[in-house]
Write a protein that binds this ligand. Structure first.
Ligand SMILES: C[S@@+](CC[C@H](N)C(=O)[O-])C[C@H]1O[C@@H](n2cnc3c(N)ncnc32)[C@H](O)[C@@H]1O
Length: 220
């Protein structure tokens, strides 16, 4: 049976404008070289797969996201996908990256992609950067170290508007059961695991719950 995702992979870039398409093509080639060389994870850029990037941009466009934060930007591959959507919505992206040299590389790549006006990657710990933001945010993308997902989620959720989304990568490729169990135990979010590439946890921040009253109960 043919792989149903192969056709989507082949067209992942076909709607991307220049020069972002050229920059992504170069960065994906670098990522592939690093993987083929068997470099350890801390020496790789560990970029999202093309379909995950396309999914991030599609969801951001669907909700008209204008205020986007990314936790773990590396050299800005996922930032570019999000920034293209933010530019169309008149919004912006704040990326975060622990390693200063990688953050500098990310900002150079954003500039090369023509997106410096729309997105910037702030060097340092994401939690420090989050503490400087006031929100409300429309979309948060989680892609830093997996052991930190719960802490990053808890730091980001108060900034997220009701109806906003937290998307977290690698929930199928890695054991993120503690993160998922934490989400399932909360009554202020709805969450579902999407089997796209390495697995994306799609979490919606719910509006405050209003208990039904007799006046508001529908009558037959
Ligand atoms: C999987 S990579 C991100 C890939 C990126 N989203 C992309 O698709 O291009 C994870 C990155 O998170 C960064 N990171 C780890 N802990 C962090 C933290 N506490 N705050 C900000 N960045 C962090 C790492 O240095 C690494 O570059």
């Amino acid at each position: 049976m043919s792989d149903p995702t192969a056709a989507a992979d082949a067209t992942a870039f076909h709607r991307l404008p220049s020069p972002a398409a050229d920059v992504l093509e170069r960065l994906y080639a670098e990522d592939a070289r690093q993987r083929a060389a068997g470099l350890p994870p801390d020496q790789r850029t560990r970029n999202v797969d093309p379909n995950t990037g396309r999914f991030l941009g599609t969801i951001a466009r669907s909700i008209g996201a204008r205020a986007i934060v990314e936790i773990g930007s590396s050299n800005a591959v996922s930032t570019i996908w999000l920034a293209l959507a933010a530019r169309d919505s008149g919004g912006s992206v704040v990326g975060t990256e622990l390693l200063p040299e990688r953050a500098a590389e990310a900002n150079a790549n954003l500039a090369a992609a023509g997106l410096a006006e729309v997105a910037r990657v702030v060097p340092g710990d994401a939690r420090a950067t989050l503490s400087t933001l006031s929100g409300p945010l429309d979309l948060v993308f989680l892609d830093a170290e997996k052991d930190d997902y719960i802490g990053h989620f808890e730091a980001a959720l108060p900034l997220l508007r009701h109806g906003g989304l937290v998307l977290a990568d690698n929930v199928v490729s890695h054991d993120l059961s503690a993160y998922q169990a934490m989400l399932h135990a909360r009554d202020d979010v709805e969450t579902i695991t999407l089997p796209i590439d390495r697995g994306i946890e799609y979490t919606l921040k719910l509006a405050p719950y209003y208990a039904p009253t007799t006046e508001r109960t529908a009558q037959p």
